[in-house]
Design a protein around this ligand. Structure first.
Ligand code: NAD
Ligand code: UDP
Length: 343
């Protein structure tokens, strides 16, 4: 039997960025819960392959559109998830102005649809809004330490502005907006050329290439498996009443990048050497979510540990790289090829 929402009704859900890594897992989950899902994407970093298995599902529809442009959504929607935005540093820095416009103008355009339909709205924000954090672990009340003129600012400041827009329309009583601050998430359907650490290391290890470590590798991140994240996103969308506060979603287990590289090398059983490269500008030194708020308000906690999540992700990449299809293709950047993707 299909599970439905807390109130037992099937809803029409717009997932902006639905052809991306996280978005496609969210589409799967929502369809499995019995909802109608409209995936909206411009395929900048997402792929048709991610949603191809859904194409014949009677409750699935897709729209190719850029959220920076005026949106035409003919159907009335009940919920909107805004996941549309390149998330990997080399990809979001490839066209920084478009990234900023996606966060600000794009979020404004989607909020207008939510206001029209009186739909609930969930913004995919990010741990990047904490910048180089002086507080550790990061609690939601920490206001962050972002360099507003650096190469990461298009994303970090764009996402901060998007949060501000969401809380403004919420305070004005115009949209039931919710904000999830997502920490590093990984899993199947990341692109081989995504450029983020987990996919880079796995692709490099599987293809016998050196594992690239930026800086000393002593910087830390906390890695959340994608099924845990999408469960958290839907819990935040469904919780009643609206918490009216940003909520961290991530796995609090913290690892250095060197520890992660060693673990991937062990699991893939590769003899690949480590290759140290310069640390990118403004790369945060440490990151770990305090998820007390998510536990308390949503009853949510991550369930998948790093070993299990990496095992599933390595298995998926191994199978995908063996087959020839879309996942490994060159990135669909708008202006320049991103530097830093796995080579
Ligand atoms: P992704 O790059 O795989 O997905 C982003 C999707 O948005 C892609 O399908 C892309 O084509 C689409 N998109 C980008 N710009 C668009 C635009 N202007 N109009 C329409 N579609 C557009 O990234 P992801 O990892 O799946 O991230 C999804 C969301 O979650 C992003 O908003 C990201 O900022 C947020 N997030 C992700 C992580 C993570 O670790 N995965 C961490 C923090 C926040
Ligand atoms: N990183 C690395 N090698 C890579 C890719 C990334 O050492 O091939 C580092 C990067 O400098 C950062 C961490 O891994 O310190 C996480 O990078 P990612 O791009 O995955 O996410 P973010 O920096 O946005 O947290």
């Amino acid at each position: 039997m299909l599970e439905r929402t807390r109130d037992g009704k099937s809803k029409t859900v717009l997932v902006a960025g639905g052809a991306g890594f996280v978005g496609s897992h969210l589409c799967d989950l929502l369809l499995g819960q019995g909802h109608r899902v409209i995936c909206l994407d411009n395929y900048l970093t997402g792929t048709q392959a991610n949603v191809r298995p859904l194409e014949n599902h009677p409750s699935f529809a897709s729209i190719e559109a850029d959220i920076c442009e005026p949106l035409r959504i003919d159907e009335r929607v009940d919920q909107i998830y805004n996941l549309a935005c390149a998330a990997s540093p080399p990809h979001y820095q490839a066209d920084p102005v478009h990234t900023m416009m996606t966060c600000v103008v794009g979020t404004r355009n989607l909020l207008a649809v939510a206001e029209r339909d009186q739909a609930s709205f969930l913004q995919a924000s990010t741990s990047e809004i904490y910048g180089e954090p002086e507080a550790h672990p990061q609690v939601e009340d920490y206001r962050g330490n972002v360099n507003c003129t650096g190469p990461r600012a298009c994303y970090d400041e764009g996402k901060r502005a998007a949060e501000a827009l969401c809380f403004d329309v919420l305070r004005e009583g115009r949209v039931d907006a919710r904000v999830a601050r997502i920490f590093n998430t990984y899993g199947p359907r990341m692109r081989a050329d995504d450029g983020r650490i987990v996919s880079n290391l796995i692709v490099q290890a599987l293809s016998g290439k050196p594992l690239t470590v930026y800086g000393t590798g002593q910087q830390t991140r906390s890695f959340c498996y994608v099924s845990d994240l999408v469960a958290g996103l839907t819990a935040l969308m469904e919780v009643d009443p609206n918490p009216r506060l940003p909520v961290n979603l991530g796995n609090p287990e913290e690892f250095t990048i060197l520890e992660l590289a060693e673990r991937v090398a062990d699991m893939v059983q590769t003899s690949s050497a480590l290759e140290f490269r310069p640390l990118p500008t403004d790369d945060p030194t440490r990151r770990r979510p305090d998820v007390t708020r998510a536990r308390t308000l949503l009853g949510w906690a991550p369930k998948v540990g790093l070993a299990t999540g990496l095992d599933a992700t390595i298995g998926w990449f191994a199978a995908t790289l063996r087959d020839t299809h879309d996942y490994g293709r060159a990135p669909a950047t708008r202006r320049t090829e991103p530097a830093g993707a796995a080579r």
